[in-house]
Design a protein around this ligand. Structure first.
Ligand code: SAH
Ligand code: SF4
Ligand code: F3S
Length: 466
């Protein structure tokens, strides 16, 4: 673990405040306090929340999912689309009544949305019952913020960008015990013109490979079977580190950890997806045979304006290369419909790529202007209704493709990690190519790998253990 003095001091200070909070909260709340963390947005946020819950648990809080009984309520927010932001403001609004009934309660907002100055100003002015607001760089200071607020400080707002390092060794409280998130990097340097993430999460920075491997080893030792490596663009992992490492090499190192487990990862940017990486996926038996490879648009003109730095042909070549090198590989993707200036002809190019690749499934979004991004200032003459029609057309196209792909699984046998009990009391599990199959089986199989034959596709894949 590489720690500079400054970071060592920050870790010590964070841990010190967890102690201080432990001392004062029982008297304030008449026993152990309860904390509720509400998480919005992507897996990165879910992972951040696990680290925040680790700090809260270390500070003496019991973690609950019910904000009605919580003494501390946090909203870890997402800013990627307008819709996400509207939901959060609605839910923060509901805190007003609760705060009236329980004046010692603390309400806090953090994450990508909170990192924006405009949101910080709006919360300051219009949501007086929010006690604490901090951005994406200061989670480690949460115990300090709560302590100060409980001991007489005014409301606390901290979205400063003075620290962008990575603090290793702080506690984590993971939500599950089979499937776990493992962040390998933070931030993004790609500045796709529609996207707010680089502005709210700052520059890309990678964790040292020893720290990542050590955490993977700890997870495996404590029984995790499915490790999801996280980053906005995992394919550029390692840039700026003082060691000979890249994502392909990191996969090989984690794959070499003894044990029967699966390694998954997201998200892969097509421009950084190398042959070296495809070969590492093919060679590493624990790495899933699946790529979530967002292409956003099939129109070369739009891709250029989006600043994606590949064209549709390069993307399709990459898919062909991956299929050649990784037998049985499956693909999913993200697509934006209705980017400013996109015409129906551009949209049809997207449909062309969707048909040519044959994705397992798609995550499709209607373009949402984000203040401060270059695309938000571009002319956008197409109406929301028109974009909605294109969107539905794309969904219908993909539905047919997904159905055909799932139908083609019938009769095949897969190695499946049993990871959930479904609502109907059956087992559900994932194949190494990221297909989900439901089958009858005992709960004692949770966490084991079994061979499952797919019997049929209804609206899910259904199979039988063999
Ligand atoms: N770093 C990842 C994911 C980032 S956000 C990547 O590069 O793929 C997840 C998805 O949200 C993006 O892939 C994109 O499809 C979508 N998205 C981002 N900004 C958006 C916006 N302003 N409007 C609509 N969709 C957006
Ligand atoms: Fe956003 Fe592009 Fe970075 Fe993904 S790669 S987070 S879409 S700027
Ligand atoms: Fe949202 Fe931030 Fe993730 S904007 S999608 S929570 S990186």
């Amino acid at each position: 673990m590489l720690i500079c003095n400054n970071e060592a001091g920050m870790i010590a200070s964070a841990l010190d405040y967890t102690e201080k909070l432990r001392e004062i909260t029982p008297a304030i709340y008449g026993g152990r306090p309860k904390a509720c963390v509400n998480t919005y947005g992507c897996q990165q946020n879910v992972s951040d929340s696990e680290r925040i819950k680790g700090l809260l648990a270390a500070s003496g809080y019991d973690i609950t999912d019910n904000s009605d009984e919580a003494d501390f309520v946090l909203f870890n927010t997402c800013a990627v689309r307008g819709h996400a932001e509207d939901r959060v403001f609605g839910n923060i609004g509901c805190m007003k009544q609760q705060k009236k009934q329980r004046p010692n309660m603390i309400v806090a907002v953090c994450g990508c949305m909170a990192q924006q100055q405009s949101v910080c100003d709006r919360v300051k002015k219009s949501y007086p019952y929010v006690d604490i607001l901090f951005g994406t760089r200061h989670s480690h200071k949460l115990p300090e913020f709560i302590y100060k607020r409980l001991t007489g400080s005014g409301r606390i707002f901290d979205i400063s960008e003075d620290f962008s390092g990575i603090l290793e060794g702080l506690p984590v409280r993971r939500d599950g015990n089979l499937k776990g998130w493992l962040p390998i990097m933070y931030g993004c340097d790609n500045f796709c013109t529609y996207c707010i993430v680089p502005y709210v999460r700052g520059r890309e920075r990678s964790r040292c490979s020893d720290d990542v491997v050590r955490e993977a080893e700890e997870m495996i030792a404590s029984g995790f079977k499915d490790i999801m490596l996280l980053g906005q663009n995992v394919n550029s992992y390692g840039k700026g580190l003082d060691e000979d490492i890249n994502f392909a090499k990191l996969l090989r190192r984690i794959n070499a950890i003894p044990g029967d487990f699966r390694i998954r990862f997201m998200t892969s940017h097509p421009k950084d997806c190398t042959v070296e990486l495809l070969d590492a996926i093919a060679d590493c038996e624990k790495v899933e045979r699946h790529l979530h490879l967002p292409f956003q648009s099939g129109s070369d003109r739009i891709l250029k304006v989006m600043n994606r730095r590949y064209d549709s042909e390069a993307y399709l070549n990459l898919i062909r290369e991956a299929r050649k090198r990784i037998p049985g590989v499956t693909f999913t993707s993200d697509i934006i419909v209705g980017f400013p200036g996109e015409t129906y002809e551009d949209f049809l190019e997207t449909v062309r790529v969707v048909k040519e690749v044959g994705f397992q499934s798609l995550f499709t979004f209607i373009y949402s202007p984000r203040n401060g991004t270059p695309a938000a200032a571009m002319p956008d003459p197409i109406s929301r209704e028109e974009k909605g029609r294109w969107f539905s057309e794309l969904l219908l196209t993909q539905e047919e493709i997904s159905k055909a792909n799932y139908k083609a699984c019938e009769g095949k046998t897969y190695r499946v990690l049993c990871d959930e009990i479904t609502g109907e009391g059956r087992l559900s599990g994932k194949t190494s190519c990221s297909l989900e199959i439901n089958f009858d089986g005992d709960a004692s199989l949770l966490g084991s790998f079994v061979e499952v034959r797919v019997d049929r596709f209804t609206n899910v894949l259904e199979g039988t253990i063999i």
